[in-house]
Design a protein around this ligand. Sequence first.
Ligand code: ADP
Ligand code: MG
Length: 496
Amino acid sequence: MERTGAMNIVLDAFNAAPSLRVAAHVIGWPFKWLGLKGDPSMPPATRALTALGPAYIKFGQVLSTRPDMVGDEMAAQLMVLQDKLAPFPREIAVETVESSLGASLENLFSEFSEPIAAASIAQVHKARLAGTGEEVAVKILRPKVERAFRKDIDAFYFAASFIEMFSPSSRRLKPSDVIRHFDGVVQGELDLRLEAAAAGEYAANTANDAGFVVPHANFGMSAKRVMVMDWAEGIPFADVEAVAAAGHDRRALGERVLQLFLRHALNDGYFHADMHQGNLKVSAGAEIIAYDFGIMGRIDEYTRRVYAEILMGFIQKDYRRVAEVHFEAGYVPADRDIDEFAQALRAVGEPIFGMDANQISMARLLNYLFEVTQRFGMETRTELILLQRTMVVVEGVARTMHPQINIWQVAQPVVESYIRQNVGPAAAIKDLAKTALVVARFGPKLPGLVEAALSGRNASTSGSAPKKRTFGTNLLFILVGMLAASNIGLLYLLLP
Ligand SMILES: Nc1ncnc2c1ncn2[C@@H]1O[C@H](COP(=O)(O)OP(=O)(O)O)[C@@H](O)[C@H]1O
Ligand SMILES: [Mg+2]
């Protein structure tokens, strides 16, 4: 940063405290000469991040979605990191394709373009399949990208352990765990077979989502370093002027992107976790096209319910309920005061309720939220990192598309419909029905288990061969389970 002149710009963008400024300049001073030079044609911050390596680029991509936090100019500069980085030469791409797919380029494609987009880990070429003449996108990993990431992540591990050693107050944030999580995410991203599988799963989940398209992945032509998928054309999400000029409704698009994310996270528990503008386009038919399935988030059913209840609590301004959910889920240590926590949540929620996004200072809000987590000794939950990160990104993307967006109003129908189906009596019945199915699966083993339990012996040492599972016993157990489920469901309904 010091070498490229980005230091002051970054410190200004983050409103850094004077002490931090002095420390940064003192530590950074030798790097005025020792630092990486980077590409002088780029603006300072972008130049510094690209010179540092792919992991830093990812960080810059997230910041680029938040002009409200880093400033309009800085966000515009950082947007280059989303999909307009310097590509590697076409010849290397061709070599990678040929060695990965085990055939010559002519046998695979009748046309193969120069790179059309490039980001931190890969670049994309437009091509035409030799067999069918279909237009496809070919995504190819950057050469040596694994090594570049390894270097960055090792440095992060080192920094994390350094911070943990010298700043006891940072330990609740679990820096090393966070880096380990990031490491895992990146490892997954570096295998395009996994990305093709993710594209397939995501496409199946979202097949019925109106106004949303996921390009179809060609599994037969995907390898570790190469992935082929249907070509999908559109106007980049970042180019809001062009989107409006093409006659698309910016408000509808902004709202839809937020609702889609919430619906995927809540209903499917599987969401696109890298939804910056570089990975979104608007098709001629006003559909939102999503690209790049390298980072996907998964949340289990329990966490989804917790998340929905927290959102619902905020929407209904029921801060006590939000607080209770945090305690129940163990997000706040049990020895803290629940009423004080509810009060702090009210202080977070009240000022933003009913306001347009452009009236809320997200930077101030996040700062305050951070203070709250500190005051109540809340620890980092690595299973929530992708969800939290994506919320910050998607909200930024939605409000860039439609600055007057009211996120609570937009979120409400999605959260309400999820809660109706998944929390309360209907959910209790569903849970019990699932339990009954599990019991039914164990059906043939149950008599033996009961006998073993009653006679105090271990079932596995009894020596008897497992009895054959019959349709009749399964059915019986399902029926018993269903009966129990419906009774408990009824009770649930009748109780006040
Ligand atoms: N199927 C596709 N059809 C058309 N363009 C695509 C397709 N897939 C990717 N692209 C373009 O290539 C860019 C980079 O692809 P992406 O998968 O996001 O790579 P990276 O992981 O390096 O960010 C995207 O931003 C998009 O503009
Ligand atoms: Mg991308």
